[in-house]
Write a protein that binds this ligand. Structure first.
Ligand SMILES: Cc1cc2nc3c(=O)[nH]c(=O)nc-3n(C[C@H](O)[C@H](O)[C@H](O)COP(=O)(O)OP(=O)(O)OC[C@H]3O[C@@H](n4cnc5c(N)ncnc54)[C@H](O)[C@@H]3O)c2cc1C
Length: 221
């Protein structure tokens, strides 16, 4: 992703390039529908891909965690990182085994992260992560203590080099296979929000707040 919406040599989608997109609007709309990412990095010569939560604020992706986390301690050294976000929309069931696929919206971000040290920015970043996961929660809960802030690393990854890839629609079968009597189509998939389960330790009858009751699942926002 660059200002003219063109890929860099590293973010050019090679297979089925027509499914690639590099503009802010497409990339941010996918990022804003999700809150889970996979963070890929190399530590001591070994690649790791670690799932974690994130928040986007303008042109920055924030991730956070314990000061004891190997992922965060590695990334704070500004090493190369690859972050992916995936929304799975359906299974694409073709007439042939070969042409089975998935419908999805995904983003790949390349770059290196920096530590967010300044207190106010750190709080803004933590709010962004919290609001991405469950909007309305941050203002409802007790705010972090100085000790809790100290125990948390926050990293900022610029959304400067990124790509999106999107697949939609029915299967694409071989011309001769359309004559086969084999069911084909798309099995849509999405995350379902169930009834909230109240903590049995709740001291008084606290009503379930609106931000929990009206929660929208990732991919459905
Ligand atoms: C849910 C899901 C299931 C998939 N299943 C398969 C599968 O079973 N087999 C398979 O071969 N492929 C699968 N893909 C597609 C896969 O992610 C790659 O797009 C594919 O391997 C082709 O990559 P490439 O060789 O064109 O690009 P690469 O050379 O691997 O990548 C070049 C650049 O293209 C961009 N890019 C590549 N893929 C994506 C992506 N998905 N989203 C955003 N940017 C991307 C990145 O910036 C990357 O740096 C799946 C994708 C998703 C989201």
């Amino acid at each position: 992703m660059t200002t003219n919406n063109q890929p860099t040599p590293r973010t050019q989608v090679k297979r089925l390039p027509e499914r690639g997109a590099y503009d802010h609007e497409t990339i941010y709309s996918i990022l804003d529908q999700a809150f889970l990412c996979h963070v890929g990095f190399v530590a001591d010569g070994q690649p790791f891909v670690i799932p974690t939560g994130y928040g986007r604020a303008e042109d920055t992706l924030y991730i956070h965690g314990s000061t004891a986390s190997r992922m965060l301690r590695s990334l704070e050294k500004s090493i190369p990182v690859c972050v992916t976000v995936t929304l799975l929309d359906g299974l694409v069931l073709a007439r042939s085994a070969f042409h089975h696929s998935m419908n999805y919206r995904s983003v790949v971000i390349l770059g290196s992260a920096t530590v967010v040290a300044e207190r106010e920015e750190k709080l803004r970043a933590l709010r962004a992560v919290s609001e991405q996961i469950i909007p309305g929660r941050w203002d409802y809960v007790r705010q972090p203590s100085e000790q809790e802030l100290k125990a948390t690393i926050v990293l900022a990854l610029p959304l400067a080099e990124a790509s999106a890839k999107i697949r939609t629609g029915p299967p694409h079968d071989e011309a001769e296979d359309y004559a086969l009597e084999i069911w084909a189509g798309v099995l849509p998939l999405h995350t379902v929000v169930e009834e909230p389960a109240t903590d049995p330790e709740l001291r008084v009858a606290v009503p379930c707040p609106a931000h929990v009751r009206s929660y929208l699942a990732p991919g459905r926002r």
